[in-house]
Design a binder for this molecule. Structure first.
Ligand SMILES: [Zn+2]
Ligand SMILES: [Zn+2]
Length: 243
């Protein structure tokens, strides 16, 4: 398979709305159903009238606002085959880039022989190539940072890396780094460092409240932030290794 694809039945199970999908150079979060685009005249309907009627009945029992709505069952919209063969991918299923922070694949060895890589935001990447132009004027590939924050109610969001490194609110805009001080990949071996001298171990991010309280963000719905307030430890993302 030359391009990463997801089968329809994967979209119904593992990679439904809100799931993170690891692509070669970025990861995305699958958008809610309202952002899935069906081609005109191809609604991908599934004819199961008895199941649809039962679901409608159950939903109306649970939530009065479903009264007046009927249920329609559909398969996920396929990407257009002709467009796909021409290299023009027009997915019917929307995905948003998430997380918005990346690790630059340019290892700098510290005097202590630790491996250090830049931590950059999506806005710092080249629009066309998705690469990062470093201070040496070379373009480097990036991989998504493998840590995001999550709360018990299911909200997820980016870790506020600047605030984390500085231990609270900051106006510092100097370069950020992620440094490995061991080979285990354990949180205690991963350090977040700012060029101003601020430094913090990722092991602290796992402690309750260290990442602040949840703002209720649901990036797969593209909606405004809502109040949640749960304390949020960090949550490793889908990438098994960040090298
Ligand atoms: Zn700083
Ligand atoms: Zn929350």
């Amino acid at each position: 398979m030359s391009r990463q694809q997801i089968r329809s039945n994967q979209l119904i199970t593992t990679f439904g709305p809100g799931a993170m999908v690891d692509l070669p150079h970025k990861s995305i979060i699958v958008a809610g159903l309202e952002k899935w685009a069906f081609e005109p005249g191809k609604p991908c309907l599934v004819e199961e009238p008895r199941l649809a009627a039962k679901l409608a009945r159950l939903l109306r029992q649970q939530n009065q606002s479903f009264k007046g709505y009927s249920i329609e069952l559909r398969t996920p919209p396929p990407s257009g085959d002709a467009m796909f063969q021409r290299g023009l991918i027009t997915p019917g299923v929307t995905g948003y880039i998430f997380p918005h922070w990346f690790i630059v694949q340019n290892v700098v060895l510290t005097p202590q022989k630790n491996r250090r890589r830049r931590l950059v935001m999506v806005e710092q990447l080249n629009d066309g190539t998705g690469k990062f132009r470093d201070h040496d004027n070379k373009n480097y590939s990036v991989v998504p940072v493998r840590f995001v924050r999550a709360c018990r109610k299911g909200h997820v969001g980016d870790i506020q890396w600047r605030e984390f490194a500085h231990g609270g609110q900051t106006t510092c805009q100097q370069d950020l780094w992620m440094e490995e001080r061991g080979t285990t990949g354990d949180l205690a071996d991963v350090w977040i460092i700012c060029d101003c001298g601020a430094v913090r171990s990722m092991s602290e991010s796992a402690e309750k409240g260290e990442l602040g309280t949840c703002n209720g963000s649901r990036p797969w719905l593209d909606d405004s932030e809502r109040v949640c307030g749960e304390p949020q430890p960090s949550k490793p993302g889908p990438r098994p290794s960040w090298s």
